[in-house]
Write a protein that binds this ligand. Sequence first.
Ligand SMILES: [Zn+2]
Ligand SMILES: [Zn+2]
Length: 217
Amino acid sequence: VRCRAGGGLALAAALLALAAQAAPWTVALQPLGDSIGDQDVAAVSQALKAMYGLEVRVLPRTPLPPEAWYAPRSRYRAERLLHFLAGRRPPDTARILGLTAEDISTTKGDVYDWGVLGLGDLDGPAGVLSLFRCKKGARSAAHARERLAKVAVHELGHALGLAHCPHSGCLMRDAEGKVSSTDEENDFCAACRIQLRAHGWALPDNPALPWSAHPAP
Ligand SMILES: [Zn+2]
Ligand SMILES: [Zn+2]
């Protein structure tokens, strides 16, 4: 009897684990302003679905908030955008990501206003990313779009609790301001994948990589 009960419990636990893995979770995408194109939003959506196995809800386009404008450098402060975005996250979505083509910046070390590809709060409700720096040295609009999609995967990783990763080729590497580094990144490394799972985020083991083929790290 004990053995049967144990077996039953193990089976129940296995079924619960399966249900948790299969439960869909949703990320909201918020296009900010008119300069970010529908194709860019679609590329980000496709990459997030492929890499995280999640659902994406694209919210109606909204203007960039004027309180985030940083006049001395004519760009938008990313942390103010994160604050704005956090207030717009639909309660049934896990996180919200804002997309813009305007340049965005934040404080990095001694530099008050440093231009960035994106910013995500560690284990926070929101991330934000910009196409602006993805275009630098890009071969085509499609290449810039692919970079943007990789930045989206990176910033959502932060929002889901991942810090920067030292493994070469891992999407969680610190770009350190150079967009070209995203061209060398194609997948999560094994350590980041394990960490995401430990945080409770189910994600596919071997995603069909949504960009031009390169070996996984
Ligand atoms: Zn980062
Ligand atoms: Zn990694």
